[in-house]
Design a protein around this ligand. Structure first.
Ligand SMILES: C[S@@+](CC[C@H](N)C(=O)[O-])C[C@H]1O[C@@H](n2cnc3c(N)ncnc32)[C@H](O)[C@@H]1O
Length: 243
């Protein structure tokens, strides 16, 4: 089957699903004001003054990521992410967020009663400061192709990765292929509790596409529901006791 036929098939009910999600968000809102009230506004003002306009000599990523100091914009985006994963309506979960950046997603999830751990390379001042400001626990770790993640001493009910960059992006000459994705997904499964799930919100890293046909094949073979950049894997099987 041609790539565009596969994509068309995946997209058919897209408009319907998007409208449904919008409706659900409206029915169960997460208001912004109480989230903002948890944030030290004086410290935020200082961060904006210090890190809002990095000099032209600063690494390109520092300048690129300065936009994340627009807190309200990124909180709104992450409120939608939390709502779409139903996290405002479920019992407390342990969540691992890969490439957590400033920690916005975990901050909103934590405000709904969940426990979070972010993973990121560190070293980008705006993210280093934002995770502290938002009170998000972060492990410094670089995800590498076909390298198993470390033991975290606990398992997770949900593993997420939003606006992913570990598979290669515009600043890299390389991109992960199907084997690297296959390895990562199998490895992440080791870190899931029974019933736990993996969710990717992908960046368009493959010549403007979120995945190649071969990578899509890997996701589908593993039973994922794929909707454009959103890839949700089925819950990890619960092994019946005594089996
Ligand atoms: C576009 S930002 C997205 C941040 C966050 N997920 C969000 O949606 O707000 C990509 C993040 O991935 C992190 N990252 C890039 N390569 C990584 C790697 N190999 N391992 C872990 N994190 C990585 C970057 O440091 C950055 O925080």
């Amino acid at each position: 089957m041609k790539f565009y036929h596969k994509i068309a098939k995946v997209f058919q009910p897209l408009t319907y699903r998007r409208s449904w999600r919008r409706l659900r968000r409206g029915l169960h809102p997460i208001p912004l004001a109480p989230l903002l009230a948890r944030i030290d506004q004086e410290r935020l003002r200082k961060l904006r003054a210090e890190l809002g306009s990095p000099p032209s000599t600063a690494p390109a990523s520092w300048r690129h990521y300065a936009k994340y100091l627009e807190l309200e914009k990124y909180l709104r985006l992450n409120i939608r992410r939390v709502q779409d994963l139903n996290l405002h309506l479920t019992s407390p979960k342990d969540i691992l967020d890969l490439g957590c950046g400033g920690g916005f997603f975990l901050f909103v999830a934590q405000a709904q009663g969940h426990r979070g751990l972010g993973l990121d390379t560190g070293g980008i001042p705006v993210f280093d400061e934002l995770v502290k400001l938002l009170g998000v626990e972060r492990g410094i770790y670089r995800i590498e192709a076909e390298e198993a993640l470390p033991d975290f001493g606990r398992k997770f009910d949900l593993i997420t990765a939003f606006s992913t960059a570990f598979h290669g992006g515009k600043d890299n000459s390389w991109r992960w292929g199907p084997n690297e994705w296959e390895f990562l997904i199998a490895d992440l499964e080791r870190h899931l509790n029974p019933g736990g799930q993996i969710f990717f919100g992908l960046n368009p890293a493959y010549a403007g596409e979120y995945y190649t046909p071969e990578i899509l094949e890997v996701f589908l073979r593993r039973g994922a529901a794929v909707e454009r950049e959103n890839v949700l894997f089925p819950p990890k099987a619960v092994i019946p006791s005594g089996a």
